[in-house]
Design a protein. Structure first.
Ligand SMILES: NC(=O)c1ccc[n+]([C@@H]2O[C@H](COP(=O)([O-])OP(=O)(O)OC[C@H]3O[C@@H](n4cnc5c(N)ncnc54)[C@H](OP(=O)(O)O)[C@@H]3O)[C@@H](O)[C@H]2O)c1
Length: 245
């Protein structure tokens, strides 16, 4: 794993081909929903699976969610296990990975737990027109990076690579996952299926419409299937970089 320097700065991102290893993580209902239509966050994983997710987080340099997930779920995005935090620190890393988000409009609350919980660096990739406003809004809470107009996830990944991020976990939501998948910017997908239906088309699904690189004529490779209590994890290999097992 790499190391990301701390500090609050606004930087223009150069175009580059280098990017971290990108692992997408998502939990769905049997009918493919990632949430319900209520204000409350829908619990899809179980305790054992959340421990697995914690370990995956601990093995990454950075965790990314979209601004929509910060607004909807107010996630903390830190490693919960004291043992895993201690192991990271023993390896010279911050207790939890760097937190990363993307926004076009800059509608982020500096009081959100993304910004207030944990000592790790927080990086906000922002579309050019909203950079000044967002930098002012998040002063002292995050590093705001001008990622162009429109914001290009590939450029954000190149910038993360430049900051020493070698392994990135993308935890949603639907918009962000769809962008990384359709742009061919994912190496691995961890898809957890919870044993119930949501059955409400007002709720968000894993991804919406799009031209995905994996379709009936090009099937993704299953790297692993694992039952974890009452949920099932399927690990899809989406690039040659993804190993089996
Ligand atoms: N089940 C799961 O595993 C899981 C995990 C995470 C989230 N979720 C659910 O997912 C839902 C949220 O999904 P979502 O699609 O609304 O939100 P999202 O994907 O988390 O974030 C979308 C937002 O990110 C910003 N963004 C994304 N790509 C961008 C780009 N290329 N350029 C500029 N800005 C970009 C925009 O923010 P601005 O609007 O600020 O411009 C956009 O509105 C919630 O219901 C949440 O509970 C489920």
């Amino acid at each position: 794993m790499g190391v990301v320097p701390a500090g609050t700065a606004t930087t223009a991102v150069p175009a580059s081909t280098g990017r971290p290893y990108v692992l997408l993580s998502c939990a769905t209902s049997i009918d493919g929903y990632i949430d319900d239509a209520t204000e409350q966050r829908l619990l899809l994983s179980n305790t054992e699976d959340m421990d697995r997710i914690d370990a995956v987080r601990a093995g990454c340099d950075a965790i990314l969610v979209g601004a929509g997930t910060i607004r909807a779920d107010d996630p903390r995005l830190v490693v919960r296990s004291a043992r895993l935090r201690a192991a990271r620190q023993a390896a010279g890393l911050s207790p939890s990975p760097v937190k990363v988000t993307m926004t076009a409009r800059g509608l982020l609350d500096p009081a959100a737990r993304f910004f207030t919980v944990g000592d790790a660096e927080k990086i906000v990739y922002c579309a050019g027109p909203a950079v000044d406003k967002t930098t002012e809004l998040l002063a002292g809470a995050a590093t705001v990076v001008d990622a162009g107009d429109p914001l290009d996830p590939a450029r954000a990944l190149a910038d993360l690579a430049g900051r020493g991020v070698e392994r990135l976990m993308v935890e949603g939501g639907a918009t962000v996952h769809a962008q990384f998948l359709t742009a061919g910017l994912a190496d691995e997908l961890h898809l957890v299926v919870a044993p119930f239906f949501v059955g409400d088309r007002r709720a968000p699904r894993f991804v919406g419409d799009g031209a995905f690189p994996w379709h009936p004529g090009r099937r993704a490779r299953v790297a692993e299937v694992r039952q974890i209590g009452d949920v099932v994890l399927v690990r899809y290999a989406l690039s040659e970089r993804c190993a089996d097992g």
